[in-house]
Design a protein around this ligand. Sequence first.
Ligand code: GUN
Length: 288
Amino acid sequence: MSEQKIIDGKAFAAKLRTKIAAQVAVAKSKHGFTPGLAVVLVGEDPASKVYVRNKGEQTKEAGMASFEYKLPESTSQAELLALIDKLNKDAAVHGILVQLPLPKQIDSQAVINAIDPDKDVDGFHVVNAGRLATGGKGLVPCTPFGCLLLLKDLLGDLAGKHAVVIGRSNIVGKPMAQLLLNESCTVTIAHSKTRDLPGEVRRADIVVAAVGRPEMVKGDWLKEGAVVIDVGINRIERDGKGKLVGDCDFQSCLPKVSAITPVPGGVGPMTIALLLNNTLIAAARQKG
Ligand code: GUN
């Protein structure tokens, strides 16, 4: 099976991080500022701890300042909002990320909307969602932004392509659909109530799967030569071993596609690279 069909997100992300590090070096030496990212973790969720550690490490590797805040599970919404207020006012902090999910006593959307939209490097603030929908200059959610860069690298101009986005979350599905629409794709958003999902997927030149259902999309759902971007990261048991799989059944999809992202090593590494990119953009705008 041809190797070049498998999109190397890990290598693409590493190249992007190298470019970002070079731009950070210029910001420091020529413009006299160091882009800074604050990451806030509330509680002890094991997956969140790993993500936050990786974000901190890669931020420092890119030459940026990393500020990490670890708060106990019992933190109140008022305490978290007080920290956000402090970070909003801190001129050394250009980007703020609050790791999700938050403990249940905290209203996530209220916290996200308390972040200064120009420091909202996750792009989740209602103002940034509005800017994305109306063509304004905002910050774009990292995972869909990473998917778009992979697609443009592979296909160039996306105008007129039929894209099917499976999933309608605020974090991936909706901003992904909006980005593809902004590239003049014809976009279908499919979800759990969609009738005849295989039939919808069969019309797609581009499939973006972001539903969190292991190996749901099968090869016989695909048009010959489709490009598949698999955002899913699902932990399953197979042959008595833990394994990570995407939302697409990789083995049956591979013979049908012109290109596909693997799991792991596809979309995953792009997310943090785009977080660093967003931090650099936010810092440049705040200094410019
Ligand atoms: N938890 C899982 N993915 C994300 C993300 O992209 N941003 C934040 N803040 N939390 C997450």
